[in-house]
Each structure stands twice: as structure tokens, then as C-alpha cells.
Design a protein around this ligand. Structure first.
Ligand code: FAD
Length: 527
């Protein structure tokens, strides 16, 4: 008889396990992969790295860990982050409660026992008081349903399911489908290996130079000397890391000054660009000034004006699809062995045995790379048959889009917790900060139930409705809903178009969650 089942052994599941053990609770983690690390276990494509700086994108719960661990680069690459995840698993002796190569298929709340019955694809059946979904916002990799893919005679890959032994594209003709974050990271590297690289682009993205470099030892020393304060500021910030944030309107400053500011941020690199002015994500006119700056940069880097034109995003405001961070992405299109193919005007018709046909032209390739992303935020959850009170099914409850209270819980599903669920800042933040906040809140909640001898906690319908409305209202005050992004579910045919994450800010959100707990779990029914 377990206290808790945790689904997923990425950063969320691992910390949840550690935290529950500290409370003296028994827990088992089920993980579909053959190892821990989640995102960093699966996404082994060339160039995969974090785009939140490593000194920020790491756990803060153990001071020994954060003092001892040494990142080698400003933005660590996937192998180093995976090594870190494994180090954490060993250091905190997590593995003995993690069952790998096991996918949870079903979780049913039994009203007679007030427990969750959880089933796996390996035939396990376990009963637990709590069920914690640490299934990941970006873990359900999507390959579009292209006609003819079965007939393709070459090899195809998805960036989010990359072979562990790596792939050598030397001398090969390669097609990359998609131009989001993963594509933008991998294309410069694949281009260096491939005989020819075709990039099939539907929507161009805004990408910032990473200006990645070996981690500056002096910076590391300074951060480590004041890590507690550095982390506190991150927790109270808007996005979970501290960045120079202006309170001014982009339209209130002279054009030349604005240009200098954008230039400064461009040469600094990374995700801080959108914080240059307070209204970049609120006002289309303000946003246009930044988008124009980006387009001018692209035109200055890319020599062929027609290719540069295609690479310039024009159909949505900057930052409303996830801003990408790259190393040499735009310049890659100056190489003779790289061809950009516009599949906006002429969509991919069919995958043929020899390659990709679009606009009546067949592009012959040996390998195809799908950098086509994920069924974000809800995909991994809804792959599990989750049933709450009275057999209510989560997929039916969410048919019109996800509905949660605080992105942590769902009405009708007692003692079920979502880590970085829809309706929380999750993908709009440094996710490790958001993960730690959720795990801490959930653990406190379980302690509270134990101290009061309570069996269940469940969101009330009123509280959930009010939260969903708040998340929507705040989202619609911004420019985000203007972009057909994966935040909106727009990359998945038939998925409801709902702006899923909470944009109120990491610090504000944390305060709201803390207030709910302080008011004896306001908005929840405790039984
Ligand atoms: C390429 C890439 C780069 C990223 N870079 C950043 C970044 O720089 N900064 C940032 O903040 N975030 C980044 N992210 C987001 C990243 O997903 C989070 O930062 C974080 O790693 C999520 O941890 P998690 O434990 O919540 O989920 P995940 O790491 O996705 O782990 C979830 C785990 O659950 C398992 N699982 C799912 N369903 C089941 C099931 N039914 N049964 C058993 N196991 C299951 C999966 O196999 C997976 O291992 C990036 C994401 C990607 C894809």
C-alpha cells in the first residue's frame, strides 16, 4: 500500500520522490524511458541544450548540490544535463523507488477506498492515496500524419525520440521538417555534416543568438557566493530567472535609443530580449518595433534576399510563439549545401519512397528529421486513462480544453496532482523553478492532510471555474493568443484552441498558491 504513485522521472518526478521520502511517505515512480531525466533523456538530437542559463536551470533544493555541481557552459548541452539528472538520482538514492521501462496506462479513483488504482503496460496494479502526474509538458512527441511515410525507404527520426547511439549524417541528404526550437538548434549542426540539407519550413520563428560560451568562472563564483538570494529573486520574478526588465513602453523612447537597447540585448544573447520594454507582449505597435529589429538582423545575416524574406516572421508578434535561442541558425542558410523549402504556400503533399514532395517537386533525401514538437501540456496526461469520481474521464472533462484549479488539481479528481499543469506558468517559465514550487506546494498539502487526519483534497467547481476564467482573462490581455502556437494547441489538428499556460508571472502565481494554502486550502473541499 503506497502513499503515492508518481508518473514520470524527469526533474519533476525525481524531486517529488525526494520530497515525499523526506516526509516519511512511501512512493513509487513509474517511468516509460530506460533512464531518468525526462526531456534530457529523450531529446538527444544534435545541438540540444537548455536556453535558460544553467546557473538558473538547475535544482535549488539542496545547497550542497548547487554548490558542488559545475556547469561547463553558459547553456549546458543535453549530455551534461542528463549527467546532472543521473547525478541527482544517485546522490539522493532515488533509483530504488523508480521503476523504468514502465508506462502508466490507467489511473482510477476508487470512491469506496478514496485511493487511486494505477495500472501499467507491464501489468503492475498498485493502489496509492495520492497520484502525482509528473508526465511533462513537452514529452508527447508528435509526428504529423503525412501520407506515404510508411513507404519512405530512408530512415526517419523525431528530435524528441532521438537514438541513444547518435546519428551521423556525413555525406547524406537530409530533410528537416519543422523550424521550431529543436530544429533551430539542430539545423546548424546537421548542415555541417550533411551532403545536402533541405529545411521544410511552414512558419518562420524569431530566434535570438545564444552567445553561448564556457561558463565564466568569476560569474559562477559570484552566483554561488549568493546562491540563496539569486534563487529567491528567480522565484519572485516573472519568468523564473532574473533578467534586466524595463518598466517603460517601447513607444515612449526615441527610435535610436530603442535600437541601442535591442542591439545590447542581441549581443548579450538569450531569452531576456522580450523584457526590453514592458509592453512588448501587450501592444502590437510596441511589438512591431522589436519584430522589425529582428527582421533587419535576419536580412543582414542571410545573403540571398529571397531566402531572408522567407526566414522573416511576419504573421505573428515576436515572443508569442516561444522565442528560440540558436548558435548560427540564420547564417546556416548561406551555405551552398542548405536549401530552404517553403511549405506554407505549397504544403507537403506526400512522403515518397525517395523523399518529400511539395509543389510538384520531389526532394530526394536519405534521412528525414521530424522536428515537429509535442502535443504540449495535455498530451502526456490524456494518453493515460484517468478517471475520477463517478468514473468521470479526464479526456471528456477536457474535451473543450484543459480546466484546472491553479494548474495543480482538477475538480472531480481528488488527491490527483499535476506538476506544471495547464493553468500554471509552466512552459512560460524557467521550468525547474516552477517544478520546485509545485512539488513543495503538493508536499505541504499532503503534510497538512496528514496533520488534520483528512483523507482527500479536491478542488471545488466554483474555484476551478474562477481560476480558468482568470487564466483566460490574463492571457487575453496579452498578444499571445494572436499566434497559432503550441501554447494554444494549434500544432495539433483538432485540439481545442485555448491559451493553456498562466501568464500572470511566476512570483505572482506563487503568492496566489501560498495564499490558498494559508487560508486553509481555499477553493478546495477537504474531507
Ligand atoms: C528540447 C527541449 C529543451 C528544453 N529547454 C528548456 C529550457 O532551457 N528551460 C526550461 O525551463 N525548460 C526547457 N524545456 C522544458 C522541459 O521539458 C522542462 O524544463 C523539464 O525538463 C520538464 O521536466 P518534467 O519532469 O516536468 O517533464 P519531463 O522531463 O518531460 O519528464 C516527464 C517524464 O514522464 C514520462 N512519462 C510521461 N507519461 C508517462 C506515462 N504514462 N508512464 C510513465 N512515464 C511517463 C516521460 O517518459 C518523461 O520521462 C525544454 C524542453 C525540450 C523538449
Amino acid at each position: 500500500m503506497l502513499d503515492a504513485v508518481i508518473v514520470g522521472a524527469g526533474f519533476a518526478g525525481m524531486y517529488m520522490l525526494h520530497k515525499l521520502r523526506a516526509l516519511g511517505l512511501t512512493a513509487r515512480v513509474f517511468e516509460a524511458g530506460t533512464g531518468v531525466g525526462g526531456t534530457w533523456y529523450w531529446n538527444r538530437y544534435p545541438g540540444a541544450r537548455c536556453d535558460v542559463e544553467s546557473m538558473d536551470y538547475s535544482y535549488s533544493f539542496s545547497d550542497e548540490l548547487q554548490q558542488e555541481w559545475r556547469w561547463t557552459e553558459r547553456y549546458a548541452a543535453q549530455p551534461e544535463i542528463l549527467k546532472y539528472a543521473n547525478h541527482v538520482a544517485d546522490r539522493f538514492d532515488l533509483r530504488r523507488d523508480i521503476q523504468l521501462e514502465t508506462r502508466v496506462t490507467r489511473a482510477v479513483f476508487d470512491e469506496t477506498t478514496s485511493r487511486w488504482d494505477v495500472e501499467t503496460d507491464r501489468g503492475d496494479r498498485v493502489s496509492a492515496r495520492f497520484c502525482v502526474m509528473a508526465t511533462g509538458c513537452l514529452s508527447d512527441a508528435q509526428v504529423p500524419d503525412f501520407e506515404g511515410l510508411d513507404s519512405f525507404e530512408g530512415t526517419w527520426y523525431h528530435t524528441g525520440r532521438w537514438p541513444h547511439q547518435g546519428v551521423d549524417f556525413t555525406g547524406r541528404r537530409v530533410g528537416v521538417i519543422g523550424t521550431g526550437s529543436s530544429a533551430i538548434q539542430s539545423i546548424p549542426i546537421i548542415a555541417k555534416q550533411a551532403r545536402h540539407l533541405y529545411v521544410f519550413q511552414r512558419t518562420p520563428n524569431y530566434s535570438m543568438p545564444a552567445q553561448n560560451a564556457p561558463l565564466d568562472a568569476e560569474y559562477e563564483r559570484r552566483v554561488k557566493a549568493a546562491y540563496a538570494d539569486f534563487r529567491r529573486q528567480a522565484r519572485e520574478s516573472r519568468v523564473g530567472f532574473v533578467t534586466e526588465r524595463s518598466g517603460d513602453s517601447a513607444l515612449a523612447v526615441p527610435a535610436a535609443e530603442r535600437e541601442r537597447e535591442y542591439e545590447k540585448r542581441w549581443s548579450r544573447g538569450g531569452l531576456g530580449f522580450s523584457a526590453a520594454y514592458a509592453d512588448l507582449l501587450m501592444s502590437k505597435d510596441a511589438n512591431d518595433t522589436a519584430a522589425d529589429f529582428f527582421r533587419a538582423k535576419i536580412r543582414a545575416i542571410v545573403r540571398d534576399p529571397a531566402v531572408a524574406d522567407l526566414l522573416c516572421p511576419t504573421s505573428y508578434p515576436l515572443g508569442t510563439k516561444r522565442l528560440c535561442v540558436d548558435t548560427g541558425y540564420y547564417a546556416t542558410f548561406n551555405l551552398d549545401n542548405v536549401t530552404l523549402v517553403d511549405v506554407r504556400k505549397q504544403p507537403i503533399e506526400v512522403i515518397t519512397p525517395k523523399g518529400v514532395r511539395t509543389g510538384g517537386v520531389e526532394y530526394a533525401v536519405d534521412d528525414l528529421v521530424f522536428a515537429t514538437g509535442f502535443d504540449a501540456m495535455t498530451g502526456a496526461l490524456l494518453n493515460i486513462d484517468i478517471r475520477g469520481r463517478g468514473g468521470r474521464r479526464l479526456d471528456a472533462e477536457w474535451a473543450g480544453g484543459p480546466r484546472t484549479y491553479l494548474g495543480l488539481t482538477v475538480e472531480g479528481f481528488p488527491n490527483l496532482f499535476l506538476i506544471t499543469g495547464p493553468g500554471s506558468p509552466s512552459v512560460l517559465s524557467n521550468m525547474i523553478v516552477s517544478i520546485e514550487q509545485h512539488v513543495d506546494w503538493i508536499a505541504d498539502c499532503m503534510s497538512h492532510l496528514r496533520a488534520r487526519d483528512l483523507a482527500t483534497i479536491e478542488a471545488t467547481l466554483e474555484a476551478q471555474e474562477a481560476w480558468v476564467q482568470h487564466v483566460n482573462e490574463v492571457g487575453h490581455m496579452t498578444l499571445y493568443p494572436l499566434a497559432p502556437s503550441w501554447y494554444m494547441g494549434a500544432n495539433i489538428p483538432g485540439k481545442p484552441r485555448v491559451f493553456m499556460p498562466y501568464i500572470g508571472g511566476v512570483g505572482v502565481y506563487r503568492q496566489k498558491c501560498d495564499e490558498v494554502a494559508a487560508k486553509d486550502y481555499e477553493g478546495f473541499a477537504l474531507r
